[in-house]
Design a protein around this ligand. Sequence first.
Ligand SMILES: C=CC1=C(C)c2cc3[nH]c(cc4nc(cc5[nH]c(cc1n2)c(C)c5CCC(=O)O)C(CCC(=O)O)=C4C)c(C)c3C=C
Ligand SMILES: [Fe+2]
Ligand SMILES: [Fe+2]
Length: 323
Amino acid sequence: MSEPKKALVLLNMGGPDSLEAVEPFLCNLFSDRDLIQLPLGALLQKPFARLISHFRAKSVRENYRRIGGKSPLLHWTQRQAEETATLLGGDWLPFVAMRYWAPRAAEVVQAIRQQGIDEAVVVSLYPHYTGATTGSSIKDFKQAVAAHHPALRCRYIEDWHDWPAYLDALADCVREGLAQVPAAQRNQLQLLFSAHALPQKFIERGDPYQRHIEQTVAGVMARLDSCEHQIGYQSRSGPVRWMAPDSRELIRAAGAAGRPLLVVPVAFVSDHIETLEEIDGEFRELAEACGVPWFGRVPALNDRPSFIAALAALVRRAVSAAV
Ligand SMILES: C=CC1=C(C)c2cc3[nH]c(cc4nc(cc5[nH]c(cc1n2)c(C)c5CCC(=O)O)C(CCC(=O)O)=C4C)c(C)c3C=C
Ligand SMILES: [Fe+2]
Ligand SMILES: [Fe+2]
């Protein structure tokens, strides 16, 4: 007799699937008080979110226009889900639930119920824990389960920043990037691990995000031949104190020192606007303008086989730990 079907659910942020979707996507994002607490309290969060997204949409649309008019996040997350489910075997069905754009958790949980599935492993695709990303996504998914399929038994995987197979896959990406560095630049090279910034108050309240990033970087560096490296934080987006150092400051410093730079996106497991537009576009332009002699970026994990194997092993471990 075959095993009952199980759902593999990957959680991610989501991104606009057209230029028209940018403003409503931003509005969903700014409405989330786990990500950002707009002034004037919970009651006015939504109207304030509408206002901010309206004004921010113009510049954000330009960024998405430069990477082809939409976010590639759904494409990569779906591939990750499908390929991981294939590795896990025939009784697993892949699902993707996004926090701020389609497919949203409510419709995904309803689809799981309609397939007659009552067991799921739910993986946050943010390896480094903060309430702003993983915390918010899991809360959203749990609410959808309570509303639409309360009998669904879920196991949640919410922190895997030091999972050895993930570190192996990320080290593979860095090796691939290192192979692109011209020989003449190699001994002066600096690796810049660039993670998404958080407002400093998330760290002060105890979110382990920064410690997780530092542990991931240490794990990757332990797998590589020695090379000078730094950690910077990118994508600040509002008038609060953000984690430091800012990746842009480190690029300027590399320019001043005449050092070539290879950027490693960390905290993102797929290409999205911050790899394709911010690093490949804005950071490269900044590096050229401030005299960095060579600038490159390491590929994102996307559907790299070693990363898919790492995800599958993570799910298997969760299932066997629960038996
Ligand atoms: C580890 C990943 C991420 C963290 C941490 C994170 C925190 C964070 N983000 C904002 C504000 C914005 N994020 C936006 C887009 C966006 N952010 C992430 C990842 C993390 N965010 C992703 C994957 C995406 C989607 C990218 C895509 O390709 O579509 C945006 C919208 C884009 C923009 O305006 O530049 C905003 C705004 C805050 C405030 C925050 C920490 C509290
Ligand atoms: Fe973000
Ligand atoms: Fe961002």
